[in-house]
Design a protein around this ligand. Structure first.
Ligand SMILES: Cc1cc2nc3c(=O)[nH]c(=O)nc-3n(C[C@H](O)[C@H](O)[C@H](O)COP(=O)(O)O)c2cc1C
Length: 391
């Protein structure tokens, strides 16, 4: 009998040939925001390794939604290379989704309008201090409305250029996650305060996006199980948001955690590559800061296989909708455990960066475990010519 992980799965009209997804790992393969041949090759090579669907990372929904100027934002001038990308992935027998996002206050994009990144409230943006973006400003109601429209327009554009699905990023401390997090969202209007209010914008994004893409096109959401810091979004919040997203007709949830500005390694676990992060940092003040204080400021989390299982199971018990497990998938045994726990799909990041053929090899039995050692140097490599494994 064929094991469940190799059986097909349907999300609306999309048929995935098996349960494996390459999760979004920022590629660093755009040139001034324009997707390059390297990005096309990266994704077509990834699906050639036997997974069902790859995910293009960080498609900002507008120019100010980029954390820095080199990231892509979705607009007609890049329709051609994106169409080439989706065609190439389809030719390699895979499907392709794109992660749609907005960075909110977490920005060092010097081209930002008014030179102040926006977020739910005014906060200190340590990431942008050296770029003159030390403080964010609270979004107006019109900007909140426009942001929901921007997500919807970006999704419609993604559908037009051949993507098979979109993934709305509601985790990791980016804009929608900032709205969900009580310590960051201090608004006194209907978008802040209670959880119901904090999830209002994320739900408006889903409603507008569904309207823009129609009934056949899958919308996935990547969201946090926990932010990993005191005063952040908790597993109790996560369960309620998952129920609301299920109600709103989201097709699958990808369950992650962590906050890029506070707990960046909560979502990956393993080593913190301070030396490599220092080397790729272009701003010399920031370079000195990372080299001198990095190991004291950035919290380390020990890696263990399937590290999000205990939290993800709490969501599994609360909703019936398809769930995608992500976090520390590195072995056949781990894959079997996830399937046994009734998750519907499995997303992998580093194991596929290390070896895009990992799933093929697991299936044919030539490998039982990935040799990725969670050195996390791939994180620094994103800014040094494109994400890759250095092992
Ligand atoms: C190099 C690198 C870049 C990443 N970039 C993104 C990203 O752009 N968007 C995102 O949602 N997660 C990003 N992540 C997190 C991964 O999607 C995933 O949640 C995490 O690596 C855990 O999965 P893994 O243990 O299979 O690697 C990144 C992770 C790595 C290692």
């Amino acid at each position: 009998m064929i094991s469940k992980e190799y059986t097909s799965f349907k999300l609306r009209s999309l048929v995935l040939k098996n349960r494996f997804i390459k999760t979004a790992t920022y590629e660093g393969m755009c040139d001034n925001g324009r997707p390059t041949q390297q990005l096309i090759d990266f994704h077509s090579r990834t699906v050639a390794g036997g997974i069902a669907m790859t995910t293009v990372a960080y498609g900002a929904v507008n120019p100010d939604g980029r954390t820095h100027e080199h990231q892509m934002y979705l607009h007609p001038r890049i329709a051609e290379p994106l169409k080439e990308l989706t065609d190439a992935v389809h030719k390699a027998s895979g499907k392709v989704s794109i992660q749609l996002t907005h960075c909110g206050f977490f920005s060092r994009n010097k081209n930002i309008k008014g030179k102040k990144p926006m977020g739910p409230s005014r906060v200190l943006n340590t990431y942008g201090i050296m770029s003159g973006l030390a403080f964010s400003r609270a979004m107006t109601l019109e900007e909140i409305k426009q942001t929901a429209r921007d997500f919807a327009n970006a999704a419609e554009f993604s559908l037009k250029v051949g993507f098979d699905a979109v993934e709305i990023h509601m985790g990791h401390g980016y804009l929608l996650s900032q709205f969900l997090t009580p310590r960051i969202n201090k608004r006194k209007d209907k978008y802040g305060g209670s959880l119901e209010n904090r999830m209002r914008l994320p739900l408006e994004v889903i409603a507008e996006t569904r309207q823009a893409v129609g009934e056949e096109f899958p919308i996935l959401v990547k969201m946090n199980l926990s932010d990993g810091f005191k005063g952040g979004f908790t597993i109790a919040d996560s369960i309620e948001v998952a129920k609301a997203l299920e109600q709103a007709g989201v097709d699958a949830l990808i369950l992650s955690g962590g906050y890029t500005s506070k707990t960046p390694f909560y979502l990956m676990r393993g080593d913190i590559p301070i030396w490599d992060m220092t080397k790729v940092e272009k701003n010399w003040l920031q370079k000195i800061a990372i080299a001198s204080f990095g190991r004291f400021i950035i919290r380390k989390y020990d890696f263990s296989e399937n590290f999000f299982i205990p939290l993800a199971l709490k969501v599994r018990k609360a909703v019936k909708m398809p769930l995608v497990y992500v976090g520390g998938v590195v072995s056949r045994q781990g894959i079997e455990e996830i399937m046994k726990e009734k998750f519907d799909m499995i997303a992998l990041g580093r194991a596929l960066i290390h070896d895009p053929d990992f799933i093929l090899k697991i299936k044919e039995g030539s490998v039982d475990k990935s040799e990725c050692n969670q050195c996390n140097i791939c994180v620094a490599e994103m800014d040094r010519g494109g994400v890759r494994c250095v092992l």
